[in-house]
Design a protein around this ligand. Sequence first.
Ligand code: FPP
Length: 251
Amino acid sequence: MDTLNKDDSGSDQMPKMPEHVAIIMDGNGRWAKQKGKLRTFGHKAGVESVRASVRFARTHKITALTLFAFSSENWKRPQDEVSVLMKLFKLVLTSEVKKLHANGVRLKVVGDLSPFDPKLVQKIKDAEALTQNNTELQLNIAANYGGRWDIVNAAQSLAQQVASGKLNPEDINETSFNANTAFADLPALDLLIRTGGEKRISNFLLWQCAYSEFYFTDTLWPDFNENSFLDAVISFNERQRRFGKISEQVI
Ligand code: FPP
């Protein structure tokens, strides 16, 4: 299959972009260790890869980019590391939001924010309010997010609607279930990238990845740049997405 679009002159252009890409940003700790530094040095370096990914997504008109910044299981890490990660989120929110807004990026933080410092939650709310009408890119940061949490929340919300008489149980279907998940208003997840060499989903977008393409790379997150993102998109273009059909039906 042709992976690059050709214009009228036949010259190669960018590959067709997925609409919604999610990334499990893994490998910060190992990257730092390889350099003889503390793990937190890797997290700080990882912020530059976040910038590069947002730049790539915006430049190439990807509709939505969802980044796994902190899982519901990451609280189990050493207290010092959790505390540096929280400080980093605060710092990044403070330093980057104006730039994101100027570039038309709409920011949403998805996850259970209840255990976070109220000051951090306020910063998140302010950033979301400031950027809510932007349309260049929907940037979702998954923080204290878990795929099972999302599914349980949707089930609870539907159960409450049934209990209050607003919904008939027979109207619970894939569409209404999806509408109650955290990413309801987004295009389906086309491509899930995981850096750092592991080949697992780690309780990320469980409901949303039913028909996503997966791209695993050994590149550690702080080394992931715009060219790495392009490699992932090229690989995505080489896949034949059949959604249960046979090859001849989708060509
Ligand atoms: C996984 O690497 C990375 C994280 C748990 C944190 C990701 C955070 C950032 C990239 C910085 C801030 C981002 C935003 C969006 C503000 P790891 O620590 O599991 O690496 P390892 O597998 O090598 O130990």
